[in-house]
Design a protein around this ligand. Structure first.
Ligand SMILES: [Zn+2]
Length: 263
C-alpha cells in the first residue's frame, strides 16, 4: 500500500489522499477536493484513479468528485446513507465492508458517526495499520458536530471504535489542524510535556511534508483521548463548577467538545 498525502493549501487546510496498489498502479482518492493536485500527483506516479471515497458529505470533502470522475471515470464510494447528499454515488458502504485497491490493498470500512451521521473511516489491513479518519479524529483533536453531527455519537465512535485500535496505527486526518489543536491541549493540560515538545516540533511545519502521528502519540497529546487524566478533569471543573470530582468519561468528552466550540 502506497499512501500519498496531498496538501491542498486552502483556507480549510484540507488533506487529500491517494492510496495506490504498488503492483497494478490502481489508486483510490480519498476526499479529493483539489482535483487538479490529485490528478497531477497520480499522473506523476503513473497511477490510475479508479475509485473516489468521500469520508462524509461536506463540500470540502466532495467538491472535487466531478472533476476526478470526468477525467478518470472513477466510481464514487461513501457511507450508505450519504446517497441523497453525494451526487453520482456508486457504492454505499456499511461497517465491515472492504474496499479493495488493485491486488494488494484492502481497507476496512468503519461506520463512525458524530461529525456527521454519514461518516466513514478506513483502516488498512496492513501489519502497521493506517487509519484514514476524515473529520472524526484530527491530530490532537476531534471533529466538530455543527453541521449534521451529534457529540454523543462522536463519543461513542471514540470510545467503542477508535480507542480499540492498536497503538501503532498511523493517523491520516482530513485537515491540518495540529498546531491549533495542540494549543487547546496545552490550555487544558499546561504541563503535558509531550504536547509541549510536539508543538515545538510542528510549529511552522510545511504541511506538504506533515508529521504523521500514531494512536500512541494521540493518546498522549489528544485531549479527547485523555478523559481520565486528573489534570484534564481538574481544569474542566474550573469551567464547569458543578462537574463531579470523578465524572464519567462520556461527560468529560461532551464538556470538552462544548468548550472546544467556544475556544
Ligand atoms: Zn466535515
Amino acid at each position: 500500500m502506497i499512501v500519498k498525502q496531498i496538501w491542498t493549501g486552502n483556507n480549510y487546510r484540507n488533506f487529500n489522499y491517494l492510496i495506490a496498489c504498488g503492483e497494478t498502479g490502481e489508486a483510490l482518492a480519498i476526499d479529493p477536493l483539489d482535483a487538479t493536485k490529485c490528478l497531477a500527483a497520480a499522473r506523476e506516479a503513473g497511477w490510475d484513479i479508479t475509485q473516489v471515497l468521500n469520508t462524509h458529505e461536506h463540500h470540502d470533502h466532495t467538491g472535487g468528485n466531478d472533476a476526478i470522475v470526468a477525467a478518470t471515470g472513477a466510481k464514487i464510494l461513501a457511507h450508505h446513507k450519504a446517497g441523497g447528499k453525494i451526487a453520482g454515488m456508486f457504492r454505499g458502504l456499511v461497517a465491515g465492508d472492504v474496499v479493495k485497491v488493485g491486488k494488494t490493498v484492502e481497507l476496512e470500512v468503519m461506520d463512525t458517526p458524530g461529525h456527521t451521521m454519514c461518516h466513514v473511516c478506513l483502516c488498512s489491513h496492513t501489519e502497521q495499520r493506517a487509519l484514514f479518519s476524515g473529520d472524526t479524529l484530527f491530530n490532537a483533536g476531534a471533529g466538530n458536530c455543527h453541521n449534521g453531527g451529534h457529540p454523543a455519537e462522536l463519543y461513542r465512535t471514540f470510545s467503542e471504535q477508535l480507542e480499540r485500535l492498536p497503538d501503532s496505527t498511523l493517523v491520516y486526518p482530513g485537515h491540518d489542524y495540529i498546531e491549533n489543536n495542540l494549543r487547546f491541549t496545552l490550555d487544558r493540560e499546561p504541563d503535558n510535556a509531550s504536547a509541549q515538545s510536539l508543538l515545538e516540533e510542528v510549529r511552522g511545519q510545511d504541511p506538504s511534508n506533515a508529521l504523521v502521528s500514531t494512536l500512541s502519540l494521540e493518546r498522549r497529546i489528544n485531549t479527547f483521548f485523555r478523559l481520565a487524566s486528573p489534570g484534564v478533569i481538574a481544569r474542566l471543573r474550573e469551567n464547569f463548577p458543578d462537574l463531579d470530582a470523578h465524572p464519567d468519561p462520556r461527560t468529560v468528552f461532551l464538556k470538552l467538545r462544548e468548550l472546544r466550540n467556544t475556544w
